[in-house]
Ligand binder design. Structure first.
Ligand code: BDR
Ligand code: CA
Length: 327
């Protein structure tokens, strides 16, 4: 049966790839995209989501602007990582038109509340958790009514990507992440945490990009356009030939939970000091608190690529030749 989902995101290069994967997945119906300030300022994020929807011929999906700054901190964008336009300096033309027809006056929080409250709707969170936190403040039961919440964020054993210990999404708005984890825990629910331990394994290499291009030049060309800047960034920062694409793994985890494995634990988020944004995962149950998260530590990388390449290019999985030599 088709699963209904809202994608909360900050596009963002890897968010855009995640949107493409979701939109090409027949098992899910994207009921809407809510945007939060993160990689790009919120209005730029809305524009970028629309550029992706336009490329995918899915401008029917509503895009709703959410929070423009974190709960309690100054907003810091990540345009150094995602390019001046938030989409790898592809400078694709803006898409004219109303991003959310029929939803005037409806905020992202209202949209989330309305859809989640009545059940049967899941949430894939790919950016800072500010929109979700505002919902937790307004109507915690609505947040907890989500069928599933899969979040790209945090880290358990892996090092951080914007401080020695913190992952960007939770670092950007640690208060929001903390509130969401606490709210879910207090209502007996768990967040599926797709953190850097697993997303770091998802490296789009030049070979994989070229392979995608051979399979489907239109899609490969689009992906090339929006990732070029990201490739350069990874080379300059990490001397990595390729780019880590975090967010599509969260969508893949939603589509096929068997792709990832991990354990259940209580997770908290540090909100201040040099560890700000760090996820503190109580793997050894020191706190004796019921688990509020499933923390993933392993990913089936070849299976992810088969899914991702097949769905984006339209080539059936069995025809995707994915020996390890393509790494
Ligand atoms: C996360 O931060 C953003 O830069 C990416 O879009 C991803 O959601 C990775 O830490
Ligand atoms: Ca993101």
């Amino acid at each position: 049966m088709e699963k209904k989902v809202i994608i909360d995101c900050d596009p963002g290069i890897d968010d855009s790839l995640a949107l493409m994967l979701a939109l090409r997945s027949p098992e899910i119906r994207v009921a809407g995209i809510t945007v939060v300030a993160g990689n790009s300022p919120v209005e730029m994020g809305v524009g970028n989501a629309r550029k992706v929807l336009s490329f995918m011929h899915r401008l029917d999906v509503p895009v709703i602007a959410g929070e423009s700054r974190p709960l309690a901190r100054e907003y810091v964008n990540a345009l150094d990582t995602h390019g001046a336009d938030g989409l790898g300096e592809s400078f694709l033309p803006e898409i004219p038109g109303d991003p959310a027809p029929g939803l005037h006056g409806v905020t992202a929080v209202d949209f989330l509340e309305e859809n989640l409250l009545h059940g049967g709707c899941s949430l894939i969170a790919l950016g800072p958790m500010t929109n979700l936190a505002r919902l937790a403040e307004k109507n915690p039961a609505a947040l907890a009514a989500a069928e599933e919440i899969v979040s790209m964020g945090g880290n358990f054993r892996s090092y951080g990507n914007c401080s020695p210990v913190a992952e960007y999404n939770y670092w950007e708005d640690p208060d929001a992440a903390r509130l969401v984890y606490h709210t879910m825990g207090s209502l007996g629910r768990k967040i599926r945490m797709v953190g850097l331990d697993v997303t770091r394994k998802i490296v789009l290499t030049p070979t994989l990009l070229e392979y995608m291009n051979r399979l489907n030049p239109e899609v490969g060309g689009f992906v090339r356009k929006i990732t070029r800047f990201y490739f350069d960034f990874h080379w300059i920062q990490e001397r990595l030939i390729g780019c880590v694409i975090n967010d599509p793994l969260a969508v893949a985890a939603f589509l096929d939970p068997a792709l990832l494995s991990g354990f259940d634990a209580f997770t908290d988020v540090e909100v201040q000091g040099i560890s700000m944004g760090q996820t503190v995962v109580d793997a050894m149950k020191f706190w004796r608190k019921p688990a509020n998260s499933t923390v993933y530590t392993e990913a089936d990388v070849p299976a992810f690529w088969k899914m991702f390449l097949s769905r984006l290019t339209g080539v059936p999985e069995e025809e995707i030749d994915f020996p390890e030599r393509r790494f």
